[in-house]
Design a protein around this ligand. Structure first.
Ligand code: GUN
Ligand code: ZN
Length: 443
């Protein structure tokens, strides 16, 4: 008997079928179907089954795309990235605070211009999609125009995206600061314009504690109370000088996270990027409030910020997703980001297995963003966002791939040697929005 579906896709599939509490539970939730059939109804997943079973449910008039030889995984989720910093990725020589002054703030000053913001939004989303990233939590700049441009472009592509205008009122150049009242009014207007429009969501985005006065944080808190289903996105405990600075700016608070927590900015939809030098009490607060963290290995290594403690993150029961953190991060590629995460683990005697790495980049990231009921794997009813990976696109990869004994080794080599060349196609909401070449044929 045939089921209602509009498209069918044949290939090898890998996903993680459920959120877990510990990495030891991951292998039993991993699903690999070497010859599988994914049925879609518009932008929704109907089923994923072995080809021999799935084909029996196919009506004759439903087209089957043949991706055999490729590996199809859920779309990657980038839980922390700055779109305006695309222009200054790979800036030489500084650690966080000097890097912000010298490179970041000047670049961000340009986003008052709607044309510039529109051009860079299109470029940025193309970078995400050509790297297999289908959902991201994104920083704009302080200018509302930056966010209008990004949401307009993402809406046109049907992408699930969360973004927000930066809020900051001190310790930054005059051309990037605002008053708390302006910040409140502009943010409020953006929420009303964009939040829950199609697949778009709004994140309240105070840059970090040092650029936020207590009055500004009160305004963020007020917005969170008025719009409780919005997200909150900021930085936490990235660099030792930054942490000392927060202590001097907010001496009454117990620790860095306590500054945000005191303004009710922790919670299920709060995402804190970096979290490299947390005190025990801060980990406990993240857990207690069900807040999430973004692990950004290429950024943390590039700025010399420190090593994320993945083991403690699991032990403390804190939700975590991967972030590229472009432009402090040095790649849009989630594959490369996983490869660097593995090396961060190595430096701390933590073995990041491929199964765990791909979990963080897909369902785990979706869980960190409180989106796991909608994206992150091939469960029926979820939104059809996925990536078609070509595991062997260079002579070296072909040779190595031929020597890989099972799916675990193939995935591990992909995250070790892979990059944007391995992304054959990216699908968003049941539509192919990016592909290397049109070699897809009917099965
Ligand atoms: N902390 C405050 N702003 C930023 C930023 O733009 N990038 C990074 N990596 N850390 C920050
Ligand atoms: Zn950042």
């Amino acid at each position: 008997m045939s089921v209602t579906c509009t498209q069918a896709i044949r290939g090898s599939f890998f996903d993680i079928t459920a959120v877990v509490d510990m990495p030891t539970q991951l292998p039993e939730q991993a699903r690999y179907i070497e010859d599988g059939l994914l049925l879609l109804n518009g932008g929704e997943i109907v089923s994923l089954q072995p080809w021999e079973e799935g084909r029996l449910q196919l009506a004759d008039d439903v087209p089957v795309l043949d991706y055999r030889g490729k590996l199809i995984v859920p779309g990657f989720v980038d839980t922390h990235i700055h779109y305006p910093q695309t222009e200054m990725i790979g800036a030489y020589g500084e650690q966080l605070l000097e890097w912000l002054q010298q490179y970041t703030f000047p670049v961000e000053s340009q986003y008052h211009c709607p044309q510039h913001a529109a051009k860079m939004s299109a470029f940025f989303l193309h970078q995400l999609l050509s790297n297999g990233t289908t959902t991201a939590l994104v920083f704009g700049t302080v200018h509302p125009e930056s966010v209008d441009a990004l949401f307009t472009a993402a809406d046109g592509l049907g992408m699930r995206l969360i973004a927000g205008k930066v809020m900051m009122d001190r310790n930054a150049p005059d051309y990037l600061t605002e008053t708390p009242e302006q910040s409140y009014q502009q943010t409020r207007a953006l929420i009303e314009r964009w939040h829950n429009k199609g697949r778009l969501s709004y994140a309240l985005t105070p840059r970090f504690a040092p650029t936020s006065s207590p009055e500004l944080l009160s305004k963020v808190s007020q917005l969170k109370a008025e719009f409780p289903d919005t997200w909150m996105h900021t930085h936490l405990s990235e660099n030792p000088q930054e942490i000392e600075w927060v202590k001097s700016l907010f001496p009454a608070h117990k620790n860095y996270l306590d500054v945000y927590d005191a303004y009710q900015l922790t919670g299920r939809r709060s995402v804190f990027a970096h979290c490299l030098h947390l005190e025990e009490e801060e980990w406990d607060c993240l857990h207690k409030t069900d807040s999430a963290v973004a692990f950004c290995p290429t950024s943390n290594l590039f700025l010399g910020s420190g090593l994320f403690d993945l083991n403690t993150c699991w032990q403390k029961g804190v939700k975590m997703g991967m972030g590229t953190d472009v432009g402090a991060g040095t790649t849009f590629s989630m594959l490369q980001t996983l490869g660097e995460a593995y090396k961060v683990g190595q430096l701390q005697r933590y073995k990041l297995a491929a199964c765990e790495a791909f979990y963080h980049a897909t369902l785990g990231g979706a869980h960190a963003l409180d989106l796991d009921s909608r994206i992150g794997n091939f469960s029926p009813g979820k939104e059809a966002d996925f990536v078609v990976l070509d595991p062997a696109v260079s002579a070296l990869q072909q040779m190595r791939h031929a020597n890989s004994k099972d799916i675990w080794e193939k995935l591990f080599v992909l995250m070790t040697l892979g990059d944007d060349r391995n992304i054959a196609a990216t699908w968003v909401n049941g539509q192919c929005v990016w592909q290397t070449h049109s070699e897809v044929k009917a099965a």
